[in-house]
Design a protein around this ligand. Structure first.
Ligand code: MSP
Length: 522
């Protein structure tokens, strides 16, 4: 890593609504956060990765009601299913926060009460429009033809006594913070949107409800429950140990806060880049370093969403194509930040082209040649022509820069570029001819060593992104140490000892489609 390496790294995903099973769009955010967390751990950075479920609110209460279930029991089952999905996708979170956890609720009440005491939360009457699927309040003038401007669904007129958060009083401080910290909201296009949003005038936010009861009670007025977004955002504090009775948890909070990056979808940047910093300022807590708003995976008929019924189950995809194919596709196909079309055909194509052809073939060709020309053992290292050494160094450099800029797709692109270079190198060097050349033995050994060594380094570089293949590459190269123990030092050239007996195995990524197959999934 470069001098930009932090001492600790705290990354979060949004906490998901457990009203139904998650889809590939949700997996996108979580797998990206997982790759970041694994990347920093690989570099020896003390890392904390938080995800969880956003369990309160009208949407969940209604859904449980429709199913004739108790909301608490319903969300417990759903949270279990979500954890199971993350397990199937190899997601290595350090903690899973559920907002129905009493420890979380206590922190919400603590902050609500503090803000109320100091006058940042006050009681008044609310009259306006509410979108339940988005759990969002709108002003009449913000509606799009009478419907929710975000999702286009019908809104409901609400009139009730409620508590309000004084956003208006913090607009200048927030704008000043955004100006002084250009990295706070990323990408830059989202920052501009947020600046314009704040400049257009912040209305105070309604932060309590009386029309349903599935939420955190307002501590001093039990007819009200806390607005679900106020409740949810606080997970980033409570999930780390803020306000805990346990001194170890409090120490963890001190160690990791402020968050290095909140990864969120673009439609919820506003909550994270406007409301959340204002809650924190009011509470006297440092602001997160970065809110990154990524784009959406869309299908040809629009954004994937549960209520549109066009969902794609990531667990099924992982069963069908393997967890690495799904992770690779999500991280490589779309520049992180932009929108992109999802299709199963593109997933298959990516897997075959990059993982089966470029990476998988490189490994099988290399191990086959070591078996044939080197008695099945890695040749002793010797000075070669430096071509692959340079390709590996470049991949390490480019991946590192890309990860620091949250360009996950570019990071993977750099690794695959090195694999393609190595395949070309095999053609250029034609080891099968070197083997027949009198006195070609030294060059042959140098070529084979460099190929194996490049694969060793690429496996380490891939280990934050893929969860099966990197370990399989190490095993086939005969490296006994589990790749899970690899660190940044393993990215240096020359780590592979000569003499290791290789262990050829099954192809890393068997091709899904035979060439020219007509049975491509749509
Ligand atoms: N519960 C709130 C978040 C609270 S965070 C304090 C929420 N939940 S959600 O389940 O609706 O969505 C969670 C995340 O999934 C959002 O970041 C959203 O952008 C992301 N995605 C949902 N569908 C998506 C796509 N089709 N594509 C990419 N991301 C998408 O909002």
């Amino acid at each position: 890593m470069t001098e930009r390496q932090p001492k600790t790294f705290y990354v979060t995903t949004p906490i998901y609504y457990p009203d139904s099973d998650l889809h590939i769009g949700h997996a996108y955010t979580t797998v990206a956060a997982d790759a970041l967390a694994r990347w920093y751990r690989l570099h020896g950075v003390d890392t904390f990765f938080l995800t969880g479920t956003d369990e309160h609110g009208q949407k969940i209460e209604r859904r449980a009601g429709e199913l004739g279930r108790d909301p608490g029991e319903f969300v417990t089952e759903m949270a279990g299913r979500i954890q199971d999905l993350w397990r199937r996708l190899g997601v290595s979170y350090d903690a899973f926060i559920r907002t129905s956890d009493p420890r979380h609720q206590r922190v919400v009440q603590m902050i609500f009460e503090k803000l109320h005491r100091q006058g940042d939360i006050y009681r008044s009457r609310y009259e306006g429009w509410y979108c339940t699927p988005c759990e969002t309040f709108w002003l009449e003038r913000q509606l799009a033809e009478g419907s929710c401007p975000d999702c286009g669904r019908p809104v409901e007129l609400l009139q009730e006594e409620a508590y309000f958060l004084r956003l208006s009083g913090y607009a200048d401080r927030l704008l000043d913070h955004i100006r002084r910290h250009p990295e706070f909201i990323q990408p830059a296009s989202r920052r501009n949107e947020m600046v314009n949003f704040v400049l257009s005038g912040l209305e105070d936010l309604c932060v309590s409800r009386t029309t349903f009861s599935w939420g955190v009670p307002v501590p001093f007025d039990s007819r009200h429950v806390v607005y679900v977004w106020f409740d949810a955002l606080i997970n980033y504090l409570s999930g780390l140990g803020y306000g805990s009775d346990d001194p170890l948890e409090r120490a963890r909070f001190e160690r990791f806060w402020p968050a290095d990056v909140h990864l969120v979808g673009k439609e919820i940047v506003r909550f994270h880049a406007v409301i959340w910093p204002i809650v924190l300022m009011a509470a006297g807590i440092e602001l997160p370093r970065k809110v990154f708003g990524h784009g959406w995976l869309i299908l040809e008929d629009g954004k994937i969403s549960k209520s549109r019924g066009n969902v794609v189950d990531p667990g099924t995809l992982a069963d069908r194509y393997g967890v690495d194919a799904v992770r690779y596709y999500l991280l490589r196909e779309i520049a992180f930040g932009a929108d992109g079309y999802y299709s199963e055909a593109a997933l298959v194509h990516r897997t075959d082209a990059d993982l089966a052809n470029d990476l998988g073939n490189l490994l099988s060709r290399t191990t086959a040649m070591i078996e044939r020309f080197s008695g099945g053992r890695i040749p002793e290292p010797r000075p070669g022509d430096g071509v692959l050494r340079e390709a590996a160094a470049r991949a390490v450099r480019e991946t590192t820069t890309a990860m620091e800029n949250l360009e996950l797709s570019a990071a993977l692109g750099a690794v695959l570029e090195a694999a393609r270079r190595a395949n070309k190198y095999i053609e250029e060097q034609a080891p099968w001819e070197l083997a027949r050349l009198p006195g070609g033995g030294d060059r042959l050994a140098a070529v084979l060593y460099d190929l194996a060594e490049l694969l060793r380094v690429l496996a380490v570089l891939l280990s934050p992104f893929l969860v099966v293949a990197p370990g399989a590459i190490w095993e086939q190269l005969g490296i006994a140490r589990p790749i899970g123990q690899a660190g940044a030092a393993d990215l240096a050239w020359g780590g592979l000892p000569g003499g290791l007996p290789i262990r050829r195995g099954l192809p890393l990524f068997p091709r899904i489609l035979s060439r020219g197959s007509a049975n491509a999934p749509r």
